[in-house]
Design a protein around this ligand. Structure first.
Ligand SMILES: Nc1nc2c(ncn2[C@@H]2O[C@H](COP(=O)(O)OP(=O)(O)OP(=O)(O)O)[C@@H](O)[C@H]2O)c(=O)[nH]1
Ligand SMILES: [Mg+2]
Length: 466
């Protein structure tokens, strides 16, 4: 259940409006025989949030207003205005080199040299347990028909390493109709009892909104193209980033789910995951799980941070006093990124892998933040990615203890890998990847922001969790 503050009935109205938009479109969705009832449920859900009910099946709500006093809010804002290294003006090239070297040593120490098996909690759920496969969760893939081969490879690996034991459903979304060939090909690679949902995203949700000025858009992307911002000339990429930031979790096919695990074409999983990761999230009160975190291309998000601070200055009550602020404010590894963006490290969770508690995305701060960003037009006038957008929201509004690094999940999306070192008696990863080998290109190691997360965000308990 999403928790809403007493005074948020206008927010409920917004949800209802969005719901109605989807309702009007839902009849066209593929593979949604019960579209009417799904949407009916959603409308009930939206109204039921009006009664200020924060009961969440024993689990804490994904977002709780902290009720900080003015002084605390001002302190939090001033932390967000300060760089992590305040004495940076006196830094020499050697100082920067030393920071990076120390961080690489830390990364090696934690990832290359420390053995990892499973989280040391007493509530892991294994395949024959009652709770196995019982989370309200789906594996989610936004994909095109032409990505059939690559998504099938990803599904096979998901099944082999995890889902054969847990039988979670898959949800496939597309801005176009899925072909029969695509759907049949997917059905062929999974067991017959696997639930598969195929949904279409309506063009009014997917396409560039009419509020974007066409001439300005063309001028902006020309300029960013000259700066070699990747994919900036692909309008579909802008659409995808906006969709994954502010809309995917409102899709009717996702309304009954609390968690999604995002799966992209062309990725690799290297290690068996023998416990139910969704139940790990649920039973340990996590709202977000990631495996890799990186620095971003600063030219693609030139005004994202200043826009964010504009939002925060008007809505300081959303800040979490236990947010991952240092991670946002690192200026020791890629100071140019920090300067170009006017104060953001550009550190972000690499969202091609993400396990998300959707209740966080459906919460008031996240939704309001998305509306604010969308109005500014940066998904098109720049090329704001869903990864920095989601990451900033999490680092500002969520308690950092509820964001989990799945150190144990061996994963690759080229050119980066998270590869754990297994104990000698384990064949969980079967030598499929090289422990601690972040990338085959040495010069790309500087793109790794994980050492910042380890050093400044994780506490002793989290470091010893594996
Ligand atoms: N249906 C659909 N899916 C898309 C479109 N563009 C991207 N996607 C999906 O959105 C996700 C991210 O897109 P990618 O092209 O992989 O973006 P990326 O990971 O930044 O880029 P790569 O490094 O090339 O993988 C993937 O799951 C894609 O399948 C599109 O136009 N239509
Ligand atoms: Mg990709």
């Amino acid at each position: 259940m999403v928790y809403l503050h007493n005074s948020q009935s206008h927010y409920v109205d917004n949800i209802k409006e969005t719901t109605k938009t989807y309702y009007n479109n839902a009849l066209d969705y593929i593979g949604t025989p019960d579209a009417n009832s799904t949407v009916g449920n959603l409308l009930n859900w939206a109204s039921s949030n009006n009664n200020n009910d924060n009961n969440n099946n024993g689990n804490s709500p994904a977002w709780i207003p902290e009720g900080n006093d003015l002084e605390t809010m001002n302190e939090l804002i001033s932390k967000l205005n300060d760089p992590l290294f305040q004495d940076f003006e006196s830094f020499t090239d050697d100082d920067y080199k030393n920071i990076f070297t120390d961080r690489q040593i830390l990364y090696d120490d934690v990832v290359k040299n420390s053995q990892v098996s499973e989280p040391k909690v007493d509530n892991l759920v294994y395949k024959d347990d009652d709770l196995a496969g019982q989370a309200k969760a789906t594996i989610l893939s936004l994909v095109r028909n032409e990505d059939q081969k690559e998504i099938i490879s990803a599904i096979r690996q998901m099944e082999d390493h995890f889902n054969k034991n847990f039988n979670y459903p898959y949800t496939f979304l597309n801005d176009d109709e899925f072909t029969e060939e695509f759907k049949e090909a997917i059905k062929e690679v999974v067991p017959t009892d696997r639930i598969l949902q195929f949904g279409r995203i309506e063009s009014e949700i997917w396409d560039r909104p009419s509020s974007i000025d066409d001439e300005k858009y063309q001028q902006c992307i020309e300029k960013l193209d000259q700066e070699e911002v990747q994919y900036v000339k692909k309008e579909s990429y802008h659409n995808m980033c906006r969709f994954y930031s502010k809309n995917f979790y409102k899709h009717p096919l996702l309304q009954d789910y609390k968690y999604t695990w995002r799966l992209e074409p062309g990725i690799n999983f290297y290690c068996d995951i023998n416990y139910d990761v969704f139940q790990f999230m649920e039973l340990n009160n996590k709202i977000y799980g990631f495996v890799l975190n990186l620095y971003d291309s600063p030219e693609s998000i030139r005004s994202l941070w200043t826009t964010t601070m504009e939002f925060i200055n008007s809505n300081p009550e959303y800040l979490n006093s236990n947010g991952a602020f240092e991670w946002l404010k690192d200026n020791g590894q890629k100071p140019n990124n920090f300067n170009i963006t006017g104060g953001y490290s550009t550190c972000h969770f690499w969202t091609n892998f993400e396990i998300t508690n959707l209740e966080f995305l459906r919460s008031e701060p996240y939704e309001k933040f998305m509306d604010f960003l969308d109005e500014k037009g940066g998904f098109y006038y720049e090329r704001w990615g869903d990864a920095p957008v989601r990451s900033i929201a999490l680092a500002l509004f969520a308690d950092k203890r509820r964001i989990h690094w799945f150190r144990d999940i061996g994963y690759n999306h080229a050119p980066y890998t998270n590869c754990p070192k297994c104990p000698p008696d384990s064949n969980r990863c079967n030598g499929n990847c090289k422990p601690g080998h972040f990338t085959p290109w040495k010069e790309l190691n500087i793109e790794n922001c994980q050492p910042v997360w380890i050093k400044y965000i994780m506490n002793e308990e989290e470091r010893n969790l594996y």
